[in-house]
Design a protein around this ligand. Structure first.
Ligand code: COS
Length: 390
């Protein structure tokens, strides 16, 4: 069983997050879109609310939510622009979880209290220019030299790299071509000499999120930065982190889906054509109904996947299925929302235009839809083979 907070305390937190999303985040969306920055006062408010530490155990100063509770928070935060979630996203998910799952006590004590407080930012560095879906082919190397490692290579499209205090870095400690077994995970302080950042990425959407390349040029780090102190475990750490992260992404997709449906209903109710609100036309109603049905199916999947995760500490099949379904569904829901808005839906003054672009990334990062399909099929086929002894 994962840690959780009692339902009453959790409900108060959820109410606060709901009000914060409605009163602070949604009104700031236009500013984020125009400036490509999340305002400092919002980042401070997120710290004060404890949002950076949602998933970090209480013993390290976090809120210690279960994944089911974290998902319910994401349903709310996901209603607002992706940039807000991204500020806390790597501390809650892929940046911190490698340390939480596999770090030594000393590594947890060093990083988790600051990550929970939001005074340090963790960023997950796996993807490389030539290693995306094929994560086991990474080439960034970490060579042991006495009591240090020397790291060389580069990472690509790394979320929150420009804000990072520490990188959860996957690098090859085994020989070239050693595959998954030759990969180790490190907690590398971002200020270490030899680390430089690329120019900020210019993206289709998700303005206000910060991504860029990272270059490691003979970066010397103490051997105690090796997560868990054991070489060759980094690929498994990364996969476990991604399994969990995929449920969080699916929950965010559901938050965005809810927002798109709400925007569609509001617009359809006030927009009049043929002398009546377009919400009275059955073809518009059909689009709203299809979107709600997919939203509801996806939300149920997220809650089930998170419940399995909380009970068993892993839910790779459910996580991949929920991520696959919810992120594809929100793409369809965004498309219908634009359609319901007609010409207005193509205009930047309506939120659905931005959300349509923002949610496109959900089908790609933390494993494309096609990778989720592979994970799902591989697990089912392997389980079947084990049952039949083939
Ligand atoms: N949890 C724990 N261990 C896992 C695991 C998981 N979910 N998935 C794989 N492993 C282990 C395997 O058990 C295997 O260990 P053993 O050799 O000891 O049995 C090892 O890792 C290698 O597994 P496998 O051979 O299945 O790895 P593949 O190279 O075939 O890769 C995929 C599998 C494609 C699923 C993986 O590379 C992947 O998820 N790619 C997408 C990466 C991604 O999401 N990138 C986004 C970057 S972050 S924004």
């Amino acid at each position: 069983m994962t840690e959780s907070v009692d339902e009453e305390t959790f409900q108060s937190l959820l109410n606060v997050v709901e009000r914060f999303t409605q009163d602070e985040l949604i009104p700031a969306e236009r500013l984020v879109e125009d400036t490509d920055e999340v305002p400092d006062n919002i980042i401070h408010a997120m710290r004060d609310l404890g949002l950076f530490g949602l998933s970090i155990p209480r013993v390290y100063g976090g809120l210690g939510l279960s994944l089911s509770q974290e998902a319910r928070v994401m349903f709310e935060l996901g209603r607002a622009a992706s940039a807000f979630r991204s500020v806390i996203g790597t501390n809650v998910g892929i940046g911190s979880q490698g340390l939480i799952m596999d770090g030594t006590d000393a590594q947890k004590c060093e990083w988790l209290p600051r990550l929970a407080a939001g005074t340090a930012i963790a960023s997950f560095a796996l993807t490389e220019p030539d290693a995306g879906s094929d994560a086991a082919s990474i080439r960034t190397s970490a060579k042991r030299d006495g009591d240090i490692y020397i790291i060389s290579g580069s990472k690509r499209y790394i979320t929150n790299a420009p804000r990072a205090t520490v990188f959860t870095l996957m690098a090859r400690t085994g020989p070239p071509g050693s595959g998954a077994a030759g990969i180790s995970a490190f907690a590398v302080p971002a200020g270490t000499p030899g680390i430089t950042l690329g120019a900020p990425d210019r993206k289709m959407g998700q303005r206000g999120t910060k991504t860029c390349d990272i270059y490691f040029d003979n970066v010397r780090v103490p051997a105690n930065t090796l997560i868990g102190g054991v070489e060759g475990q980094g690929f498994k750490t990364a996969m476990k982190v991604l399994d969990r992260g995929r449920i969080n992404i699916a929950a965010s997709a559901i938050g965005a889906a809810r927002r798109l449906i709400d925007e569609s209903i509001a617009y359809a109710s006030q927009r009049r054509q043929f002398n009546k609100p377009i919400s009275e036309f059955q073809l518009v109603q059909a689009m709203i109904a299809d979107s709600y049905t997919e939203y509801y199916a996806g939300k149920s999947m997220v809650m089930d996947a998170a419940t399995v995760y909380d009970a068993q500490g892993a839910a790779p099949l459910q996580a991949a299925s929920a991520k696959y379904f919810c992120t594809e569904a929100v793409g369809r829901i965004a498309d219908r929302a634009v359609q319901i808005h007609g010409g207005a839906g193509y205009m930047a003054e309506y939120p659905v235009e931005r959300i349509y672009r923002d949610v496109r990334l959900l089908r790609i990062y933390e494993g494309t839809s096609q990778i989720q399909q592979l994970v799902i099929a591989k697990r089912l086929l392997r389980d079947a083979a084990e049952r039949t002894g083939q």
